[in-house]
Design a protein around this ligand. Sequence first.
Ligand SMILES: [Mn+2]
Length: 416
Amino acid sequence: MRVFHTADWHLGQTFHEYDRDHEHACFLDWLLQNIATRKPHALLVSGDVFDSVNPPASAQRLYYEFLQKAADLHPGLQMVVTAGNHDAAARLEAPAPLLKRIHVHVVGTVGRTEDAEIDYSKFLVPLPNAAGEVGAIVLAVPFLRPADLPPMPGAADVYNAGMAAFYARLTEHACALRDGQHPGAVLIGMGHCHLTEGAESRDSERRLVVGGLESLSAETFPRALCYVALGHLHKPQSFDDGRVQYSGSPIPLSFTERTYHHRIWELEFGPAGLLERRSLEIPRVVPLLSLPEGRAVSMDALEEVLRNAHYGSGTRPEEYPFLEVRYLDDGPEPGRRYRIEQALAGKPVRLATTKFEPREQAAGGQEAGPGEGLGDLRSVDPLEVLLAAYRERHEGGEPEAALLSAFREILTEVNE
Ligand SMILES: [Mn+2]
């Protein structure tokens, strides 16, 4: 039984004011081609289908068109879609009864039985193989909030204990279903969560639960699960000899992700469990460039770099590379953005973001960021934060009186 595992599509993402519709459409076309040629029995999408709880219509159209085309191309395909922390779980789930008719199983929220217990049966999706027999049962677990978990009074870490208890109980239900109705079926887990050992990218994965107790170990997932298809971390990575894996996102969602090799996992299951896993690399349609290469440079040198860089030969603006430029901080200069735009005028590139690097950092030193070491945020004077940030960025300088008075004016407005 062949299964595709993907996650973290983030359809509808706005990337520094640009949309990603073209890249997402190319990815979904690529996925459709692979579905048509490799004929998987199932496609698992482990959360964060959309980038926001209120995705634009273009993103919703991409999603529904994909589901419909996939079902048409390969009528035997079972699709299992779960909600991530970016999705509006109930909204993603709303069309579930309709989608079931094309073998799309959507799980967004935790259901409760009449006596307010977790309804574990909601997460169990039996997958028939080509012969119509159930070869696998998927435990379609969406992103879980602390209130979704079984209460664990007295546990040292209630989130971890609650997650472990949730998976343990759900796995018991899955085993009972297998033993009663589908003997020989393998159990495949899903989840949208953060494993402790996982490598995260700084900018685009929202921390899951406030308080720092949000990450789990691969041991959370009972051994009876021969594979666990995870979402949330955008870098593809494997744990426990490949039993537990993140597929990562199909496109880089921030500049820190531009070196990732985006992929989906193709898995082969037999009665003995996971037999084989392969990664299918997703072509990068739009490059993400960061200039200059290596350390940041002064504005004068940067203009030179930007004028002479090669940006490819893209003819369609939606395929122009995204560009991040980094410069050394030479003090406040209001004309900087304009100078950068002028240096890029007419080039086949999209300026996404500009970033200063303090001289100390560029020289390899470690500087405390503005506001670091200031203790409890509520007890911090915003003006102190402004002063600390200003001194840090402008080498000990003091802000002008006009800036200070503008800042005080904003503070007054905010406090009213
Ligand atoms: Mn996520």
